[in-house]
Design a protein around this ligand. Structure first.
Ligand code: 5GP
Length: 122
């Protein structure tokens, strides 16, 4: 696998239980939890438990195809979970790198919903 030498992030503290998070879904490879600063009535983050070189999507290679697919499938499941506040649809986003506005250097997928999204990106 890819040697992951990037510094650890706040998400590692969530993964090892050092700081609390409201976990909404989990499997062997993925943790999904509520964003601490929600930008919509429903705002969930999905992360690979093992970052495995994926500080950002731009680091992805063929070895990441399986985890990337799993992340999107789970994002779709979350986006239709009305108990989390989702309605008829969601916005699913990956901020990647500096220009993408990425703040946490551990690949994560945002799933936002519970309100009407605007058509433009800001
Ligand atoms: P980015 O800008 O990197 O795409 O998004 C990082 C997200 O992580 C932000 O939406 C931010 O609110 C969220 N976040 C940062 N620190 C924490 C934390 O300690 N707990 C939780 N639940 N979310 C966090």
């Amino acid at each position: 696998g890819v040697r992951d030498t990037a510094p650890s992030t706040i998400f590692d503290l969530i993964l090892n239980g050092s700081i609390p998070a409201t976990i909404v879904r989990e499997n062997e490879h993925i943790l999904a939890f509520k964003d601490i600063n929600p930008l919509a009535p429903a705002h969930i983050l999905l992360i690979p438990k093992d970052r495995n070189g994926l500080t950002s999507l731009r680091q992805s290679t063929e070895e990441h195809i399986h985890i990337l697919g799993q992340l999107l499938v789970m994002a779709g499941e979350i986006a239709k979970d009305t108990s989390l506040g989702f309605g008829d649809g969601a916005r699913i986003v990956i901020n990647d790198g500096k220009d993408g506005g990425q703040e946490v250097q551990h690949l994560h997928v945002h799933v936002l919903g519970g309100r009407q999204m605007e058509s433009t990106f800001g």
